[in-house]
Write a protein that binds this ligand. Structure first.
Ligand code: PXP
Length: 258
């Protein structure tokens, strides 16, 4: 097993998204299962950060969860948020390590596509700058599209997260095409001086080819990990994901230096 140390420049960070622990809790309206407990377990299992999406409709993570994640969990918090005044105010109050701006529609089951960073420049610009002024690392969740990367630069966002949903949903040649788009976008992000993350839909079967992309430094994974934890337990599910990421990363680097 190839283990990379977090201090290695090639290390790939894993942000564990705990939204769906809250989804299950909310199905019964009580306190169990507790997403903060899941975040603590994720930290022990090797997560590098915790990601949580406070949606406008509060379908999973609640305001109180965000407060407790900041108080009780000693890992960087990446707050996923819509570009809305309400969320900006919450982010400025809790000062998470990072904020990832995502598109949000009430009727969607999950974040369906990337943010239109180009078309929404005027709406996003003040939000990006206020988050940055507060010392929060801002990322934009976008499609693997060079025009969106240029738009991220124009907005002064230091980080982008590439949407991997289309890659994960596809098969065969289509999947390879989507992967190539992600690879090319990650290389372009590096050229532009943007830090590049990726996420959405990743699981044991799809993570390795994305982890091999050297310009990507962080993956954010939620639904698969929480679902798979029902069968394997959260600790071993996260450890297995970590190992798949580390292995893919180390093998890709080995190939390059061979
Ligand atoms: N990254 C972003 C920006 C997201 O909105 C989500 C879903 O909340 C994820 C990553 C994680 O996606 P999944 O739950 O499918 O792993």
């Amino acid at each position: 097993m190839n283990r990379l140390l977090p201090t290695s420049p090639r290390y790939l960070r894993l942000g564990v998204n705990i939204d769906h622990v809250a989804t299950i809790r909310n199905a019964r309206g009580g306190d169990h299962p507790d997403p903060v407990r899941a975040a603590l377990a994720a930290a022990k299992a090797g997560a590098d950060g915790i990601t949580a999406h406070l949606r406008e409709d509060r379908r999973h993570i609640s305001d109180r969860d965000i407060e407790r994640l900041r108080q009780e969990v000693d890992l960087p918090l990446n707050l996923e948020m819509a570009a809305a005044d309400e969320m900006l105010e919450i982010a400025l109050r809790h000062l998470p390590h990072a904020a990832c701006i995502v598109p949000e529609k009430r009727e969607e089951l999950t974040t369906e596509g990337g943010l239109d960073a180009r078309g929404l420049h005027n709406q996003l610009a003040p939000i990006v700058s206020r988050l940055r002024d507060a010392g929060i690392r801002v990322s934009l969740f976008i499609e693997a599209d060079p025009a969106q990367l240029d738009a991220a630069v124009a907005l002064g966002a230091p980080v982008v997260e590439l949407h991997t949903g289309a890659y994960c949903d596809a098969t065969g040649a289509r999947q390879q095409h989507e992967l190539a788009r992600i690879r090319e976008a990650a290389a372009y992000a590096a050229q532009l001086g943007l830090e590049c993350h990726a996420g959405h839909g990743l699981g044991f079967d799809t993570v390795a080819p994305v982890a091999e992309i050297e310009n990507i430094v962080e993956l954010n994974i939620g639904h698969f990990l929480i679902g798979e934890a029902i069968f394997g337990g959260l600790d071993s599910t996260i450890k297995r994901m970590r190992a798949l990421m580390d292995n893919a990363r180390a093998e890709a680097a080995g190939d390059r230096s061979a």
